[in-house]
Design a protein around this ligand. Structure first.
Ligand SMILES: [Zn+2]
Ligand SMILES: [Zn+2]
Ligand SMILES: [Zn+2]
Length: 359
């Protein structure tokens, strides 16, 4: 994620802003230019601005923004609390979609229910309120349709799930990135002779029976020594899950390092980008170490440098969180093998981005 500036007064804006706190201008985020515009001049608000707190520009054909136009089913607003759950869900989804567009990935809604190429979201609640023995809505992906149980937007519910599943990390954004990983595996790898071979060499053969693999995982627990080869124990259940977990982690890492670059945070010895990233007219920004214009700032294009910066940042941020009595920011270990899996995602996205042209 980047930092932004007000189209009226150039004050800093953050991704979630709908109003410039300096000049009072109502602003909207335009995902196609990755900038904010003045509401009503540079574009009109998405139809979900009021019900779901969306701050993106509407597309003229639908009245919905790029992210909201992907919705197939939204939560039942007659249920108490669903307005809050939906707003939190959309906020996480917008962050996920921002990054997909940033990487030049195709983000198009399904044209019809049978369309297997497009993307769609179902935000559903357990029928009967999720009581014991009742039917549960499972978060998952099926041919471009991503289902999310909106109970995941309730912190106590999500924390209960996290503990019962033995996970060290569970967030709405993490769910989106993981499920989108399944979607882009179909789009970018499944039908590409070269990438499918490479995928099998790195993640294993995905033709292994998926349902059996998951059943084994849930019954017998994670395979011993999974930490050596996988970013999480769930990633050890099947090559598809390994891919989706690794993809999600790569997106977490990239997003965070993008913000580190936007903030001009020096990261240890390896940091050579700080001076380089400063705008030509340094004097203008002498009062702040943070770059005001961030269009050119990206994490390192070289994977080894990216990973090195990430490891330095993780150690620092984990220790800082502990000083505050908080859980680690990044409670994972990246083994050498996991590093190679992340490199696969890096190279795939670099190639995709190259095909789509500079964004
Ligand atoms: Zn302003
Ligand atoms: Zn929207
Ligand atoms: Zn999955």
């Amino acid at each position: 994620m980047k930092l932004f500036s007000c189209p009226h007064c150039s004050n800093r804006l953050y991704f979630e802003n709908g109003l410039c706190l300096s000049c009072g201008t109502a602003v909207l985020y335009d995902p196609m230019t990755e900038n904010f515009v003045v509401a009503g001049q540079g574009g009109f608000a998405c139809n979900n601005a009021a019900p779901a707190g969306c701050n993106w520009v509407a597309e003229t054909e639908t009245g919905f923004c790029r992210a909201c136009s992907l919705n197939k089913t939204v939560p039942d607003m007659s249920v108490a609390g669903n307005d809050q759950r939906w707003a939190k869900t959309e906020a996480a989804k917008r962050r996920a979609v921002y990054q997909l567009l940033h990487f030049g990935l195709d983000v198009a809604p399904k044209a019809s229910p049978g369309d297997e190429i497009g993307l769609a979201f179902d935000f559903l609640a357990d029928p009967g309120g999720g009581g014991p023995g009742g039917e549960r809505i499972l978060t998952g992906h099926d041919n471009g349709l991503i289902t999310l149980n909106v109970a995941e937007a309730d912190s106590p519910e999500r924390e209960k799930m996290r503990v019962s599943m033995g996970e060290s990390y569970r967030t709405l954004l993490g769910h989106f990135r993981h499920e989108l990983g399944h979607y882009y595996w179909d789009r970018l790898i499944r039908d590409d002779a070269q990438w499918i071979d490479r995928s099998r060499a790195v993640f294993g053969d995905e033709r292994e029976d998926y349902m059996q693999a998951l059943q084994r995982h849930y019954e017998a627990g994670p395979v011993g020594g999974w930490e050596q080869n996988h970013i999480s124990h769930y990633a050890a259940s099947h090559p598809w899950e390994d891919w989706a977990e690794t993809w999600a982690h790569y997106l977490h890492i990239y997003d965070t390092l993008e913000m580190v670059a936007a903030l001009n945070m020096p990261l240890g010895r390896i940091d050579t980008a700080v001076e380089h990233d400063l705008p030509p007219n340094e004097g203008e920004f002498a009062d702040t170490p943070i770059a005001a214009h961030t269009e050119q700032i990206e994490p390192p294009a070289d994977f080894d440098e990216l990973l090195t910066r990430w490891l330095i940042l993780c150690e620092a941020s984990n220790q800082i969180n502990r000083c505050m009595g908080l859980p680690d920011l990044y409670p994972f270990v990246i083994s050498e093998q996991v590093g190679e899996k992340l490199r696969f995602v890096h190279e795939l996205l670099a190639e995709t981005r190259g095909r789509a042209g500079p964004h």
